[in-house]
Design a protein around this ligand. Structure first.
Ligand code: PGA
Length: 254
């Protein structure tokens, strides 16, 4: 059986750009963006920019993601944003479990699991991030580590819910460091993740799941990573803040 997975290129602006800078970046990206693309492009600006981005994309087929949300639906959680609020803006995705959330803001697998559930309940798609820190890679226990992250935060889902998840494998040692995983390292982990999905669900679900790579993707390394058989695109941080570079990365995928 042949499976076709459309490539996805998602950009994570993190806590960068003010509104005019974000608008300029979006306009530059859209100016270089063909009306019909064979792949899905998603932008994840800061919360404060979501409405501006959604208003400005017009009929361009650009997906919009929030970078985070709270796991409760409403209430006394000063400073937090719910999945329902994000949905009501018209966004389609939420990044959940990014390593900066896990490590800098101490989000546990249990919290991330609750976030996955609330994002799905709001009718949004989670972009679920996983990936091992450097010491785990060096001790060669990375496969087991990532398997545990999947088991703890997304493998409780039933098959229909699981099919809405996009996975982003982002080795922590490669995020923002300029140290990209080799295409072989990315392929090995993506294939491992796909095998785990086949074990927990079935072969069809595993072949249909999108698994993106993230961690220091640049215009000059994107193609080698994106052409690996189990890599279905990328989650791009730093390099997505430059429209020209991001468009080159999109071209490498599409
Ligand atoms: P980077 O970030 O491309 O700057 O390494 C990727 C990410 O954190 O999603």
């Amino acid at each position: 059986m042949d499976f076709f997975r459309k490539m996805i290129v998602a950009s994570n602006w993190k806590m960068n750009t003010n509104i005019p800078e974000g608008q300029k970046l979006l306009e530059e990206i859209m100016a270089g963006f063909p009306a019909e693309l064979p792949c899905q492009v998603i932008v994840a600006p800061p919360f404060t920019h979501l409405q501006m981005v959604i208003r400005n994309i017009g009929d361009k087929k650009l997906g919009v993601a929030a970078q985070n949300c709270h796991y409760e639906t409403s209430g006394a959680f000063t400073g937090e944003v719910s999945a329902g609020m994000i949905k009501s803006l018209g966004a389609g995705y939420v990044i959940v479990g990014h390593s900066e959330r896990r490590h800098l803001f101490h989000e546990t697998s249990e919290i991330i699991k609750k976030k996955v559930d609330t994002v799905l309940a709001a009718g949004l798609k989670p972009i679920f991030c996983c990936g091992e820190p450097l010491d785990i890679r060096e001790s060669e226990t990375h496969n087991a580590y990532v398997r545990m992250q999947l088991e703890q935060s997304i493998f409780h889902l039933d098959e229909d819910a699981f099919k809405k998840i996009i996975i982003a494998y982002e080795p922590v040692w490669a995020i923002g460091t300029g140290m990209t995983a080799t295409p072989e390292q990315a392929q090995e982990m993506h294939s491992h993740i796909r095998d785990q999905i086949a074990i927990h669900y079935n072969k069809i679900v595993s072949e249909e799941t999108h698994i993106l790579y993230g961690g220091s993707i640049k215009p000059d390394n994107a193609k080698d990573i994106f052409t690996q058989p189990d890599v279905d695109g990328g989650l791009v941080g730093g390099a997505s803040l430059n429209a020209k570079g991001f468009l080159e990365i999109i071209n490498a995928a599409c």
